[in-house]
Design a protein around this ligand. Structure first.
Ligand code: NAD
Ligand code: WQD
Length: 330
């Protein structure tokens, strides 16, 4: 009998890659997504890759009535991987309430209704390295202080982690692993799923690929006067399929009761930082395409450098990123 896993936001970028890995690991998946930042065709693409069509329910997690009737129909859910959230940092600054409502009400609804329906919840949560802000020490580990969030979006991740931490203290049917992603990039090797943001991308790599494809005329590199090797910011770019695999490992850890405490946190990165120019050079080297880019002024709110200490994920979770960028250094 396959174990049934609810994947919220499973039509989105990281969610869709995780659904593929879950199905290939023998889980039955049901996706809940309101398609606010994704397309329904992703479900067919997942089926093309795995040969299995995941369950799909178009539903807004903020709608507690519909969510309750959905969960009533699926009392056999054994685990929840919660990706659904808005993630555009700039938009969250201009419309904070939209972000607080969507990202926090959806989480609270899920926890409350699962409790009401007496579902034992093994819960994997999408958190972010954004909780560290500009770290004092690099690489940054999970014990680093959570800094004041640079945006309402970042704050929703911090508050969500606190909500989950507080809730596991009182709910014995709830176990949580919060995964702090660094910068997810790339696409499934089939080319059938990938990062398909609606509208112009905020993130570097989709902007690079859309520039190369001629959808955008030019890439702006936001500042080259940072205190780094080539003056551009440093991030830890993690391949999305490696990230997806970490979710399956985290879920199994909870399902098998191998977690040490009911609330655990892990960094998911490669442990290596790369500058923006290194990412561009890597793209050019691998694809053989010259990229049209220009240096512009710094983007407000950008962190200068951050990369992950991955020791806890390596040693305790038992996960290590397999891929990194080429070339390693320019
Ligand atoms: P995404 O936008 O591609 O996927 C999120 C999905 O959730 C979308 O399909 C969207 O339609 C859905 N959704 C949003 N609100 C919903 C709601 N109320 N009800 C139902 N569905 C809803 O984003 P992603 O890059 O795949 O990110 C997944 C998660 O990982 C998010 O929580 C994000 O904050 C987090 N995260 C992303 C990154 C990144 O750089 N991509 C980094 C760290 C953390
Ligand atoms: C990476 C680097 C930019 C676009 C964001 C969120 C963070 C997390 C991951 C979810 C930076 C530079 C970018 C462009 C550029 N998401 N850049 N030109 O800023 O590390 O993090 O996504 O939790 O919360 O803030 O990612 O991909 O936007 O930028 O030069 O057109 O690329 O300045 O140095 P970031 P990013």
């Amino acid at each position: 009998m396959k174990q049934k896993i609810l994947v919220t936001g499973g039509a989105g970028y990281i969610g869709s890659h995780t659904v593929v890995e879950l199905q290939q690991s023998g889980f039955e998946v049901i996706i809940v997504d309101n398609l606010s930042n994704s397309q329904k065709s992703v479900i067919n693409s997942i089926e093309k890759i795995t040969g299995i069509k995941p369950g799909f329910e178009e539903l807004d997690l903020c709608d507690s009535v519909k969510l309750e009737s959905f969960l009533k129909k699926h009392p056999d859910i054994k685990g929840i991987i919660h990706f659904a959230a808005y993630k555009a940092v700039g938009e969250s600054v201009n419309n904070p309430l939209k972000y607080y409502r969507n990202n926090l009400v959806s989480l609270i609804n899920l926890l409350e209704i699962a409790k009401k329906e007496e579902i034992d919840v093994n819960f994997v949560f999408s958190s972010s390295c954004t909780v560290y802000g500009e770290p004092d020490k690099l690489p940054v580990d999970e014990n680093a202080p959570v800094k004041k969030a640079m945006s309402p979006y970042g704050n929703t991740k911090q508050i969500a982690e606190e909500i989950l931490y507080d809730t596991v203290q009182s709910e014995r049917n709830l176990k949580v692993i919060a995964l702090r992603y660094f910068n997810p990039i790339g696409a499934h090797e089939s080319g059938l799923i990938g990062e398909l943001p609606i509208g112009p991308p905020d993130n570097l790599v989709p902007f690079i690929t859309q520039t190369a494809a001629g959808i955008r005329s030019q890439l702006s590199v936001f500042g080259n006067d940072y205190n780094t090797l080539d003056g551009t910011c440093i991030r830890d770019y993690i391949y999305v399929v490696d990230l997806a695999k970490a979710h399956v490992i985290a879920l199994k850890r909870l399902l098998d009761n191998r977690n040490i405490t009911p609330y655990e946190v892990f960094n998911l990165g490669t442990g290596t930082g790369n500058t923006v120019l290194e990412v561009i050079k890597s793209f050019e080297q691998v694809t053989g395409n010259k990229l049209n880019y220009t240096i512009t002024k710094r983007r407000a709110g950008d962190i200068e450098k951050v990369w992950a200490d991955t020791q806890r994920a390596n040693d305790i979770l038992g996960w290590t990123a397999e891929k990194d960028l080429l070339p390693k250094k320019i």
